[in-house]
Design a binder for this molecule. Structure first.
Ligand SMILES: [Zn+2]
Ligand SMILES: [Zn+2]
Length: 658
């Protein structure tokens, strides 16, 4: 039995195994205006399996499977998720336009991605910005023509013949890699035919609001030994406003790009000789990172967390027990140690659990909160690595809380309070919160007892209600091992970033046989809660750089004040000022060169986003003052040095912005 969820929230039970979605919709007797607007569905299978419920997007050609125990959420163009269909369709439109203008171009792949879509082409020379404009104009014509997308299925031999005739070597390679028995399908719109699984919008005219963004080289299959292709990126939105908002935000984001700012402000570097996704933190970047860690660590200590340090690798057996080898192996780096298999840690959990298990635990010790700035390594594909946002070396502000079932709600409340306190101090004030719970239709696929799940879900939900935090309840989005809360925070230019996670785990306490001695003198199972506030420090620092556009608040700024002597004869007093600042714990530098004018040096400091610029000349030297300028270009005039130092110390301690 398939459950159809309609855009208006109604649910219908449908039993039509083998039928096409488009045909089924016609027979449902829906309001014809609504029926006409449905372009596909998001499908969740309710068959058992561990981990996240498999989810896929399908179009009207989709055939309900013989075992149709599915949930189909029907999508109109406005529905969240519908963009996966129409963006994929625009990737075809892009390829179609390229083929019209560059008939010799060979087609590789063209998927929808998070913010849009791309298509890879093999062309004799890279596309120019003028080419992109031409291609975009051609795409507009194809959209205007509103060709329907027609799907047809052929045998492997026929497909091979078609692709050989079309002389599409990359498509032939894709065809060869399809598993035996897999359906071979093409989508056709107008004169354009593409080997594709789908799904697609019903026609090319559905989405008129699109834009080509960029072109970049990309190796075929991400393999540097294979040909370099040209990847054209684009985006599309159903509503014009949304496209405009996206483009504006993108422009603003480009100005704040942490990769450029990281270089200009000398925060971090990445070197080919080291390897992709491995970050080298430069001294100024380390200052920001250390201050952030110091702040966070103090707040953890106040709340009774205990810090631990654990190894970067462990025996295969450990990861066997934890289940990582079964579910996460392809992301783990293997190391050979004296002929034995070890793995570099992709997560810290097993080590914290081993610390918990290093002796008998009593209920009196609970909740036990073990925290670590744990550096883990994950074998992310090099194609998805991106600056600090996606790296292979990840330092988590990780903690595992071992508690009794009764303590769960208080523990969650404290984590949520801590998260909002820390994020609030960094200027994140707007959040989206997701509560991921079990799929009520399909309770059998989850580990742990009903009682534990009910208690954990109630704890999470209770805290959100208690604190009057608005949240979205995500039925069926929980991991198989426990429910969780995710916090997404909005940055200074309105982008949402997933940061804090509070995740129950009913599997690891079993797998590692964790126990504590309760008041009744007997052994009981503790709950384990995984939690991280900022998540990956690398990623979070990347986010912070963009959030602040490199102008860190005073307490985080790598250099808090720069002393600027006007002329040679003021350098001595300048050095005096510098020493006084440093003694007071202010991170200060002196900027002087006989070849550089004062205004040029002020401009340098401005570019480095130094919060305080202290100019010293004859008058200042005589009166023991400094002339204070802020990076906001505000001029505070002369201030007695002692007074300024006191002010700076206070502002730094208060974590003031400036
Ligand atoms: Zn396609
Ligand atoms: Zn964990």
């Amino acid at each position: 039995m398939a459950i159809f969820k309609l855009p208006d929230g109604r649910r219908l039970e449908v039993h039509k195994p083998g039928a096409r979605l488009g045909d089924v919709l016609k027979e449902l007797g829906l309001d014809p205006r609504l029926a006409k607007r449905i372009i596909g569905a998001r499908v969740r299978s309710s068959s058992t399996g561990q981990g996240r419920a498999p989810e896929q997007y399908v179009d009207l050609y989709y055939r309900l499977p013989e075992d149709d125990s599915l949930e189909l959420e029907l999508l109109t163009p406005e529905s969240p998720g519908a963009e996966w269909l129409y963006r994929h369709s625009l990737a075809h439109v892009l390829a179609q336009a390229v083929k019209r203008l560059f008939p010799k171009a060979k087609l590789a792949i063209g998927p929808p991605i998070e913010d849009g879509f791309y298509y890879d082409f093999d062309v004799p020379r890279p596309f120019t910005p003028e080419d992109l404009q031409k291609i975009e104009r051609e795409m507009k014509k194809i959209v205007e023509a509103n060709y329907p997308f027609e799907r047809f299925e052929v045998s492997r031999e026929e497909a091979r013949k078609m692709l050989e005739e079309a002389d599409e070597p990359y498509k032939l390679e894709i065809l060869d890699e399809l598993t035996e028995g897999e359906t071979v399908s093409f989508y056709k719109d107008g004169e354009f035919v593409d080997l594709c699984r789908g799904p697609h919008a019903p026609s090319t005219g559905l989405v008129k609001h699109f834009k080509l963004l960029d072109v970049a080289g990309a190796y075929w299959r991400g393999d540097e030994r294979r040909p370099m292709l040209q990847r054209i990126y684009g985006t599309a939105f159903y509503r014009k406003d949304d496209l405009e908002r996206f483009l504006k935000q993108r422009e603003e984001a480009a100005k704040r790009d942490h990769r450029r700012l990281g270089r200009e402000l000398e925060l971090f570097a990445m070197e080919d000789a080291v390897g992709p996704g491995l970050v080298l933190w430069l001294p100024k970047g380390v200052v920001v990172r250390r201050e952030l860690e110091r702040f966070e660590m103090e707040e953890h200590l106040k709340r009774g967390y205990q810090f631990v340090v654990t190894p970067h690798l462990g025996k295969a057996q450990l990861w066997e027990t934890s289940g990582h080898l079964a579910y996460y192996r392809e992301n783990m780096f293997k190391v050979d140690v004296e002929g034995q298999e070890y793995f570099v840690k992709p997560m810290n959990c097993p080590f914290h659990i081993m610390i918990y298990k290093s002796r008998t635990r009593s209920y009196r010790e609970l909740p036990l909160k073990l925290a670590e700035y744990g550096t883990v390594y994950r074998n992310e594909r090099s194609g998805v690595l991106h600056g600090l946002l996606r790296v292979r070396m990840i330092t988590q502000d990780d903690a595992h809380i071992f508690c009794t079932p009764d303590q769960a709600e208080d523990v969650v409340a404290e984590v949520v309070e801590l998260a909002f306190y820390l994020l609030g101090a960094l200027g994140f004030r707007d959040y989206e919160i997701y509560l991921s719970v079990r799929d009520p239709q399909n309770l059998s696929k989850y580990a742990g007892t009903d009682e534990d799940w009910a208690r954990a879900e109630a704890a999470l939900e209770g805290v959100l209600n208690e604190k009057e935090l608005p949240y979205k309840r995500m039925e069926g989005e929980a991991q198989f091992y426990g429910p969780k809360i995710d916090v997404h925070a909005r940055d200074a230019i309105g982008r949402l970033w997933q940061l804090t996670t509070v995740q129950f785990d009913f599997v690891l306490p079993e797998r590692f046989d964790c126990t504590y001695i309760a008041e009744d003198g007997r052994e009981h199972r503790p709950y384990i809660i995984h939690r991280a506030i900022f998540g990956s420090l690398e990623r979070f620092l990347g986010i912070l750089i963009e959030h602040y556009a490199g102008a860190f608040p005073l307490w985080l700024a790598p250099v808090q004040a720069v002393v600027l002597p006007i002329a040679d004869r003021h350098v001595e007093y300048g050095l005096n000022v510098l020493n006084r600042l440093r003694e007071a714990g202010v991170r200060a530098e002196l900027s002087y060169s006989p070849h550089k004018t004062l205004s040029a040096r002020i401009r340098d400091a401005q570019l480095k986003k130094v919060p305080y610029m202290l100019v010293v000349g004859d008058r200042e030297a005589k009166e023991g003052t400094v002339a204070v300028r802020l990076r906001t270009e505000e001029d505070l005039g002369p201030r007695p040095l002692d007074e300024l130092i006191e002010t700076l110390k206070r502002k730094i301690a208060e974590r003031a912005e400036l």
